[in-house]
Design a protein around this ligand. Structure first.
Ligand SMILES: NC(=O)C1=CN([C@@H]2O[C@H](COP(=O)(O)OP(=O)(O)OC[C@H]3O[C@@H](n4cnc5c(N)ncnc54)[C@H](O)[C@@H]3O)[C@@H](O)[C@H]2O)[C@@H](O)CC1
Ligand SMILES: [K+]
Length: 533
């Protein structure tokens, strides 16, 4: 599945209109219809289309029947235009609908204007200036009897913080009031205030129960604050074709072929991963990574252990192997075995050991995962680390590590926003991958993985793939191990990172509540079984 930026969506829409296949007005009608369909699918109690004759508005006048009630908030752009379509379609189903417009009707874009007029020909529109005070009195009076609020204030065209009229809907007390009264909130395309490109909130944002978007999800639906503001996201087709450039992939399924081992081969044909461990009392993280590497199918996995920790590690492992690796020279000697085709450095490695081993590991030009201490140890001079990286590397920073390695990029991403669209985690990860010249996997519930050539994948553990138990000590170590194991098996760095990130979430979901890092590698067999591997 692909994720789009607002600009890509506009380009797709413009290409369709230019080709003469469809008009903007038709797209707006389909969008509004999509929203209404999604409302009925999500909340069948609001769907009275198939109700018995005695409930049908067609048989009864408004006095005899208590209709469902909606308030539709329309903004000054085409998101508002969609809102007017939704108002009209709900009214056609017998709903009592009240419409507010935030903005000047004279300045509406043409298609929105047409729909404003179609609605306004028979109904009242309560107009308020964009920057006027919140419509608190007006609006709060209404929800007493309403079933649904439709947010058509801002969609992909949000350019500055959401304030003024209608923004009161973003305030917690108003939201609580609506929730207490069982009023559903539906956002058209994106909750107003949410930047569709970054998932960042500009000012404040409406929190919806459901967001209905068109053609394809936007980045903002899965990044950052998107998941907590969107509620459920439903994607409705409006008959558009996808353009090929600049795709950002949303991983929801692993590529089974990449994971299958085939029926022939011996252990060396599945690679040999070397996971470097820290000193005594600090070996657990590397052991977790090593177990992960072995479970994803590396033929052999060796832990590279300093002398002080040999006894400790030896007493803890069985299928894993152990090799004494004492400092840079020790690593150099170990790497004379060219069958060691994937390395993993970082988990609890210690800064000193990391500074000694990382340059030697990188000079060996093997596929290499750098995580945790292997990244933070170079915080004082990230340029020195970056200069040694090569295209077989995968960096797996979390937010703090990312900021240490790429401080300027992180600052741009975390900047206070006066204007949108915001520089997103996707932009940041792509910029980092380009600078590093290798794959960067930027961790989080919205993990973003980018390659220097611009390929980018979002692996989000949100919505139907939510995995809250993954936020547990050591879970990142297992991810680094998964990547190392897949690199050992011969996957390209980007494939290995994408597949590992997907698998990591899948393992957490397979185990469920109570998960600790040790459980993750143990879920791999069941996840593989379900994939028929
Ligand atoms: N692009 C497409 O393919 C389609 C777009 N449609 C709808 O059109 C929407 C995009 O329409 P627009 O590009 O007109 O954008 P919006 O309707 O999201 O808003 C743009 C307008 O709001 C103003 N604005 C932005 N941020 C503001 C703020 N914080 N305070 C006050 N004013 C602000 C802008 O100056 C502009 O006038 C989509 O989200 C979707 O709902 C649909 O009709 C169907 C097809
Ligand atoms: K909206």
């Amino acid at each position: 599945m692909e994720l789009l930026t607002a600009a890509q969506m506009r380009a797709i829409e413009q290409a369709a209109i230019k080709s003469g296949d469809v008009t903007g007005l038709e797209l707006m009608e389909r969008a509004g219809q999509g929203v209404v369909d999604a409302i009925f699918e999500e909340w069948p109690v609001l769907d009275r289309r198939g109700a018995s004759p005695s409930r049908s508005p067609g048989y009864l006048g408004p006095d005899e029947e208590d209709p469902l009630r909606a308030v539709v908030l329309c903004g000054p752009g085409n998101n508002g235009g969609d809102g007017f379509v939704v108002a009209r379609l709900l009214q056609k189903q017998g709903w009592a609908v009240e419409v507010f417009l935030c903005g000047d009707p004279e300045k509406l874009p043409p298609d929105a204007r047409v729909n404003y007029e179609r609605w306004g020909a028979k109904n009242e529109v309560r107009v308020s200036a964009v920057d006027s005070a919140p419509l608190a009195d007006d609006f709060l009076r209404v929800p007493k009897g309403i079933d649904l609020v439709v947010d058509g204030v801002f969609g992909t065209g949000l350019t500055r913080p959401f304030a003024g009229a209608f923004s009161m809907l973003a305030n917690a007390p108003v939201r609580d009031l609506l929730r207490d009264r069982g009023v559903k909130v539906v956002s058209i395309d994106a909750p107003s205030g949410l930047c569709a490109d970054s998932g960042r909130i500009l000012g404040q944002a409406i929190v919806a129960d459901m967001t209905v978007t068109f053609h394809s999800k936007k980045l903002g639906h899965v990044l950052g604050d998107g998941p907590v503001t969107c509620g459920a996201v439903r994607t409705k087709s409006i008959g558009l074709e996808t353009l090929e450039d600049g795709q950002i992939v949303h991983t929801t399924e692993a590529d089974e072929v990449k994971l299958s081992k085939g029926s022939v081969g011996h252990k060396y044909s599945h690679g040999h991963a070397l996971i470097l461990s820290g000193g005594a009392g600090k070996t657990g993280a590397a052991r977790l990574a090593a177990r992960g590497a072995l479970r994803v199918g590396a033929g052999l996995v060796t832990l590279g252990v300093p002398p002080s920790a040999q006894m400790e590690v030896a007493s803890q492992i069985t299928a894993l192997m152990l090799q004494r690796v004492d400092g840079a020279d020790g690593l150099s000697e170990t790497l004379e075995d060219t069958r060691l085709n994937a390395l993993c450095l970082g988990p609890a490695l210690g800064f000193e050991r990391a500074r000694a081993l990382v340059p030697m590991a990188l000079a060996a030009r093997r596929a290499t995962v750098l995580d945790a201490d292997a990244l933070s140890a170079f915080a004082e001079d990230p340029g020195a680390l970056i200069a040694q990286l090569h295209d077989e590397c995968v960096l797996t920073p979390h937010g703090g590590e990312f900021a240490r390695l790429f401080p300027d990029i992180a600052a741009q991403m975390n900047e206070q926003l006066a204007n949108g669209p915001a520089f997103s985690k996707v932009d940041a990860t792509r910029a980092a991958a380009k600078r590093a010249g290798c794959v960067v996997l930027f961790k989080g519930p919205d993990t973003v993985i980018a390659a220097p050539n611009g390929r980018c994948v979002v692996n989000s553990a949100v919505y139907e793939r939510a995995a809250p138990w993954l936020a547990t000590a050591g879970s990142g170590d297992v991810l680094a191990g998964f990547i190392a194991g897949l690199l050992a098996r011969g996957l390209a760095p980007m494939q290995a990172a994408e597949t590992a990130a997907w698998l990591h979430v899948e393992c957490a979901r397979q185990f469920g509540p109570g998960l600790i890092a040790e459980d993750l590698p143990e879920q791999v067999p069941e996840v593989f079984r379900k994939l028929n591997i």
